[in-house]
Design a protein around this ligand. Structure first.
Ligand SMILES: [Cu+2]
Length: 112
Protein backbone atom coordinates (compact mmCIF):
# COMPACT_ATOMS: atom_id res chain seq x y z
CA UNK A 1 0.00 0.00 0.00
CA UNK A 2 1.45 3.41 -0.95
CA UNK A 3 2.40 5.67 1.95
CA UNK A 4 -0.29 8.28 1.21
CA UNK A 5 -3.01 5.60 1.32
CA UNK A 6 -1.77 4.34 4.66
CA UNK A 7 -2.41 7.82 5.98
CA UNK A 8 -5.58 8.79 4.11
CA UNK A 9 -7.49 5.53 4.26
CA UNK A 10 -8.09 5.69 8.03
CA UNK A 11 -9.02 9.38 7.72
CA UNK A 12 -11.48 8.59 4.94
CA UNK A 13 -13.01 5.69 6.88
CA UNK A 14 -13.47 7.82 9.98
CA UNK A 15 -15.14 10.52 7.86
CA UNK A 16 -17.54 7.99 6.33
CA UNK A 17 -18.35 6.36 9.64
CA UNK A 18 -19.08 9.48 11.63
CA UNK A 19 -22.85 9.94 11.96
CA UNK A 20 -22.68 13.59 10.98
CA UNK A 21 -21.09 12.87 7.63
CA UNK A 22 -24.38 11.93 5.96
CA UNK A 23 -26.82 13.94 8.04
CA UNK A 24 -26.75 17.21 6.13
CA UNK A 25 -28.51 16.05 2.96
CA UNK A 26 -31.18 13.77 4.39
CA UNK A 27 -34.41 14.38 6.25
CA UNK A 28 -35.86 12.06 8.88
CA UNK A 29 -39.66 11.90 8.96
CA UNK A 30 -41.59 10.14 11.71
CA UNK A 31 -44.64 7.98 11.29
CA UNK A 32 -46.27 5.93 14.02
CA UNK A 33 -48.86 3.18 14.20
CA UNK A 34 -51.39 2.96 17.01
CA UNK A 35 -54.79 1.24 17.16
CA UNK A 36 -54.09 0.06 13.59
CA UNK A 37 -53.95 3.60 12.27
CA UNK A 38 -51.09 5.67 11.00
CA UNK A 39 -50.21 8.99 12.56
CA UNK A 40 -50.13 11.30 10.74
CA UNK A 41 -52.37 9.96 8.01
CA UNK A 42 -51.27 12.79 5.77
CA UNK A 43 -47.49 12.79 5.85
CA UNK A 44 -45.82 15.79 4.25
CA UNK A 45 -42.27 15.41 3.04
CA UNK A 46 -39.95 17.62 1.03
CA UNK A 47 -39.76 16.61 -2.63
CA UNK A 48 -36.42 15.95 -4.36
CA UNK A 49 -34.72 15.49 -0.99
CA UNK A 50 -33.40 12.27 0.48
CA UNK A 51 -36.08 11.25 2.97
CA UNK A 52 -35.84 8.49 5.54
CA UNK A 53 -39.05 7.35 7.19
CA UNK A 54 -38.87 6.24 10.81
CA UNK A 55 -41.92 4.08 11.43
CA UNK A 56 -42.75 3.14 15.00
CA UNK A 57 -45.32 0.49 15.83
CA UNK A 58 -47.00 1.19 19.16
CA UNK A 59 -49.50 -1.64 18.77
CA UNK A 60 -49.21 -5.13 20.20
CA UNK A 61 -49.42 -6.70 16.73
CA UNK A 62 -47.12 -6.48 13.73
CA UNK A 63 -47.98 -4.23 10.82
CA UNK A 64 -46.61 -3.98 7.33
CA UNK A 65 -46.08 -0.54 5.87
CA UNK A 66 -46.76 -0.70 2.16
CA UNK A 67 -46.52 2.09 -0.40
CA UNK A 68 -47.11 0.66 -3.85
CA UNK A 69 -46.37 3.78 -5.96
CA UNK A 70 -42.99 4.20 -4.25
CA UNK A 71 -42.43 0.43 -4.16
CA UNK A 72 -41.64 0.27 -0.47
CA UNK A 73 -42.79 -2.28 2.07
CA UNK A 74 -41.54 -3.16 5.49
CA UNK A 75 -42.80 -5.19 8.41
CA UNK A 76 -42.77 -3.34 11.73
CA UNK A 77 -42.88 -5.58 14.76
CA UNK A 78 -44.70 -4.50 17.95
CA UNK A 79 -42.83 -1.90 19.97
CA UNK A 80 -40.12 -1.45 17.36
CA UNK A 81 -39.07 1.24 14.92
CA UNK A 82 -37.83 0.67 11.38
CA UNK A 83 -36.10 2.89 8.85
CA UNK A 84 -37.46 3.02 5.33
CA UNK A 85 -35.37 4.94 2.84
CA UNK A 86 -37.71 6.74 0.46
CA UNK A 87 -34.94 8.47 -1.41
CA UNK A 88 -35.63 11.53 -3.54
CA UNK A 89 -39.30 11.67 -4.41
CA UNK A 90 -40.97 13.74 -7.14
CA UNK A 91 -43.74 16.12 -6.08
CA UNK A 92 -47.04 14.27 -5.79
CA UNK A 93 -49.28 12.17 -3.58
CA UNK A 94 -48.44 8.59 -2.77
CA UNK A 95 -51.00 6.49 -0.89
CA UNK A 96 -49.82 3.91 1.62
CA UNK A 97 -51.49 1.39 3.88
CA UNK A 98 -50.88 -1.22 6.54
CA UNK A 99 -51.20 -4.54 4.85
CA UNK A 100 -52.33 -6.37 8.00
CA UNK A 101 -55.10 -3.89 8.87
CA UNK A 102 -56.06 -2.35 5.56
CA UNK A 103 -59.52 -1.28 6.71
CA UNK A 104 -58.13 1.32 9.14
CA UNK A 105 -54.41 1.71 8.46
CA UNK A 106 -54.25 4.11 5.51
CA UNK A 107 -52.52 7.31 4.67
CA UNK A 108 -50.90 9.39 2.00
CA UNK A 109 -47.40 10.77 1.56
CA UNK A 110 -47.53 14.27 0.13
CA UNK A 111 -44.26 15.39 -1.43
CA UNK A 112 -43.80 19.03 -2.39
CU1 LIG B 1 -46.64 -6.35 1.41
Amino acid sequence: MPAFLRFFLPVLLIALWSPGAWAADEVLVKLSIKDHRFNPERLEIPAKTKVILLIKNEDAEPEEFECLPLRREKIVFPGTEVRVVLGKVDPGEYPFFGEYHEATAKGVIVAR
